[in-house]
Design a protein. Structure first.
Ligand code: SF4
Lengths: 616, 175
């Protein structure tokens, strides 16, 4: 039976008729120049289509022929020194007024940690005839930055762009026999019509469930490069230690691991495609469900990106509330990591699970106090936060902050110095600083290899520059180093929280700009104007002027980035999420080689993945 | 003149159904198996505050052969669906399914190409739990409902259920 991913095209989801003329529009070209763009233009001359600043980010447009040379130059030039490639994504511009421009573009985010610079490179894709139409293709950057391997596979899988010279261009998220590349604009959103009214003999029932893939697709192939001479073990997707639905194909020679091929996508939920069909404000609720252990940070990252594109000022009080929430979320996420990590490694560490969740429940209670939800909070909204903190919140939080440092000491006493624990973690999962940079790792994975980088301190947002805190690092590069980093990060978060609670200013908790942020509920009863704004925002949303922007924040797992391309309408034209777990998980093969099977479990715990974010 | 009068004190008579159902309802072991956000609340249900041990269900078994209850805690993607079907088939009868959360019940916020609109398209469901995610209390209430259902069952009914063989052939890796 052929797979039908599109039983219906929903008119109410795809309507773009509300748009005024002039929409959709292409993003404008960058303007101005910086030291870096000048150097690049000096070196490449006319091969650079455009370079400058756009939305405050450095942007370079380059043709497909020079992309690889440009990437090599960015990495090797002593003045530029972009050590790492954070993210690769792509835009299908077929619904924009192109004027003969190419349809597909790939978008790269480069980062120089030593110089604290960020650079966005956008490359046009070449096309070659084939298939049913034109096949876009472009040079792979895997030879320059090793970490491009997975992001490029993702772009190939979801967008259909082929990368020449990629060592292993397979689908990564979708099943191998999936009929299309879902992020291309002509691919339908899929799903089912919501049956508001029907009776049991309605023919609509016939189409329900027609999008289920036939079961043969589950029969896995032997990953390329693996040999039947060795033992091949399948781990997951239903395995208690893979933190969700991750499948690892492990090739073993006796007790030693030869290679690992992670099979992703068992939780692929189509966030990006869904986001392109939702208004800007409506995607906040989806961000909760990506990295469901740090819902608050996800809200924050997304809102900051859109607010920057809108040029929106956030009131002081809202900023501090956001910091409070983000740091509480970091502690909660680390607590959960600690609980599962210990449980996985020791197999019997049930007590630490109970202790850590005891404190985590207190944080969830505080979240519930603020917004009524424990897990999927959607508390941070575009323009501020949903509602002001209730009166009892601060007292409760202060009480939590009073006990938390003791509790962290308690965990320390239980586990940190335990000889067995040290034996299981020390020297396991080693990654050097060069490898960490080449693979584009972020967060504790990067700091564990001695790179002193934290977006909160080095590229501050939400007023983090006014807090005093330390960024723990470790030179050991192993699981034990990363364990210590996360333990220390909890202490530092407590420190930030203490400062934030002490200096919580009074004032507005969300922006007064009624074109973007909903008016407070009480106003609706007394003001016609507020009612109109509310209605407009709820039905149409707000428009974001054409352009694109990448913004990253430091969440508990690493750099969480959002790339948004706006065509001027009320929905994002392209929305890409850079999940830290995805890039960090790429290292599992590298760090596990030569170790035992039981160390794989340690390594997964030490990378701290959430599959909702890996698979998106 | 019932049987009760003939047996010595301290002995209880009952029907086979009620004693078996009593046992089943009080020791329903769930499968250790989490899918998405709802799994976090499922874990929270298992920890000290909510304490699913009160129901005799604290023993989350990693092997489907030892589990009685599958809590589908999260969204089911197209790629995962055959796996879930296979795990369900590997569980021994009697077995029950709780669809936890709106995603497992009906697709929820993810009405798109990737997610199956309800796990009941592939396996039978006994209790649906609304919520996104349902609170641990909701899951415990679902356990209550399930226990009520278990107590009404007759042993013979399960005997009649023909164990479906795994629907698809199990294809060894790389063949
Ligand atoms: S119902 Fe909500 S919380 Fe549960 S898996 Fe679905 S999106 Fe996540």
């Amino acid at each position: 039976m052929p797979l039908d991913v599109a039983p219906v095209i929903r008119s109410y989801e795809t309507q773009r008729t509300l748009n005024p003329p002039g929409i959709p529009a292409l993003a404008p070209m960058p303007t101005g120049e910086t030291d870096d763009t000048r150097r690049i233009i000096e070196r490449f001359g006319k091969d650079i289509v455009a370079a400058g600043l756009h939305n405050g980010n450095q942007v370079v447009f380059v043709g497909p022929a020079q992309l690889k040379a440009l990437a090599t130059f960015l990495r090797d030039s002593a003045e530029l020194n972009y050590e790492t490639l954070i993210d690769v994504t792509s835009v299908d511009r077929s619904q924009l007024p192109l004027d003969g421009g190419v349809r597909f573009q790939t978008v790269y985010q480069f980062r120089s940690y030593s110089r604290n610079q960020h650079l966005t490179v956008i490359a046009d894709c070449g096309t070659e005839p084939g298939g049913n139409g034109e096949l876009p293709h472009i040079d792979s950057l895997t030879g320059v930055y090793r970490g491009a391997e997975w992001p490029e596979r993702e772009v190939y899988d979801l967008m259909g762009i082929r990368f020449d010279g990629h060592p292993d261009l397979r689908r990564i998220l979708m099943p191998k026999n999936w009929p299309n590349h879902p992020l291309q604009k002509q691919a339908p959103l899929g799903g089912e019509e919501v049956p508001f009214t029907f009776t049991w003999d309605d023919p609509e029932f016939e189409t329900l469930g027609s999008q289920i893939l036939p079961a043969e697709s589950a029969a896995p192939d032997l990953p390329p490069g693996m040999s039947r001479q060795n033992m091949v073990i399948n781990m997951g997707p239903h395995h208690p230690s893979t933190h969700g639905v991750l499948r690892l194909v492990v090739e073993m020679d006796g007790e030693r691991i030869v290679s690992i091929d992670p099979d992703l996508g068992f939780l692929h939920s189509g966030f990006e495609k869904t986001g392109e069909n939702k208004r800007y404000k409506d995607f906040v609720y989806y961000t909760d469900r990506m990295d469901y252990l740090s819902a608050m940070s996800n809200n924050l990252g997304y809102c900051l990106t859109i607010e920057h594109m809108l040029g929106l000022e956030i009131p002081e009080r809202a900023q501090v509330i956001r910091v409070i929430m983000a740091e509480m979320q970091r502690i909660a996420s680390h607590l959960f990591w600690l609980a599962t990590h210990v449980l996985d490694v020791s197999g019997t560490g049930m007590s630490l699970l109970m202790y850590a969740t005891r404190e985590r429940e207190r944080i969830l209670d505080l979240f519930e106090m603020a917004c009524g939800a424990r897990l999927t909070v959607s508390y941070i909204r575009i323009g501020g936060v949903w509602q002001d903190l209730p009166d009892a919140f601060i007292a409760e939080l202060k009480d939590f902050l009073r006990v938390m440092p003791e509790k962290i000491n308690e965990y320390d006493a239980l586990i940190t110095e335990a000889p067995l624990w040290q034996e299981r973690l020390t020297g396991i999962g080693f990654i050097s600083a060069e490898d960490a940079l080449a693979m584009g790792l972020t967060g504790p994975m990067l700091r564990g290899s001695g790179i002193d980088w934290d977006l909160r301190r080095d590229r501050p947002y939400s007023g983090y520059e006014s807090y005093e805190f330390e960024v723990p690092t470790s030179d050991s590069g192993d699981c034990y180093g990363r364990f210590n980093i996360r333990m220390e990060e909890m202490r530092q978060s407590v420190r930030i929280l203490e400062q934030a609670v002490g200096n919580l200013p009074s004032g507005l908790y969300k922006s007064n700009n009624r074109k973007v942020a909903l008016p407070p509920r009480a106003e609706l009863d007394v003001s016609m104007e507020a009612l109109i704004h509310h209605f407009k925002l709820m039905t149409e949303g707000f428009h974001v002027s054409p352009g694109f922007f990448y913004h990253g924040i430091e969440n508990s797992k690493g750099e969480l980035g959002f790339f948004v391309y706006s065509d001027g309408s009320a929905k994002p034209y392209r929305l890409h999420v850079h999940g830290p777990s995805f890039n960090n998980l790429y290292a599992i093969d590298h760090i596990s080689r030569g170790e035992m099977l039981s160390d794989v479990v340690t390594n997964i715990g030490s990378i701290d993945i959430v599959l909702g974010e890996v698979d998106r | 003149m019932g049987l009760e009068e003939k047996v010595p004190e301290g002995i209880l008579t009952t029907s086979l159904d009620s004693v078996i159902n009593w046992g089943r309802a009080n020791s329903t072991w769930p499968l250790l198996f989490g899918l998405a956000c709802c799994a976090m609340e499922m874990i929270a249900t298992g920890t000290a505050r909510h304490d699913i041990a009160r129901y005799g269900s604290e023993l989350f078994r990693a092997s489907p052969r030892q589990a009685d209850l599958m809590i589908v805690s999260g969204r089911v993607s197209n790629k995962m669906a055959p796996v879930i079907k296979r795990i369900y088939d590997q569980m021994l009868a009697p077995k029950w399914v709780i669809a936890m959360g709106i995603c497992a019940s009906a697709g929820g916020p993810f009405n798109n190409y990737a997610i199956i609109q309800g796990v009941d398209k592939i396996i039978p469901v006994d209790v649906y739990v609304p919520g996104c995610p349902p609170r641990p209390e909701s899951l415990l209430y679902a356990m209550d409902l399930l226990r009520a259902k278990q107590r009404r069952e007759t042993v013979g009914a399960w005997r009649k259920v023909e164990e479906p063989l795994a629907v698809e052939e199990i294809v060894p890796l790389g063949v």
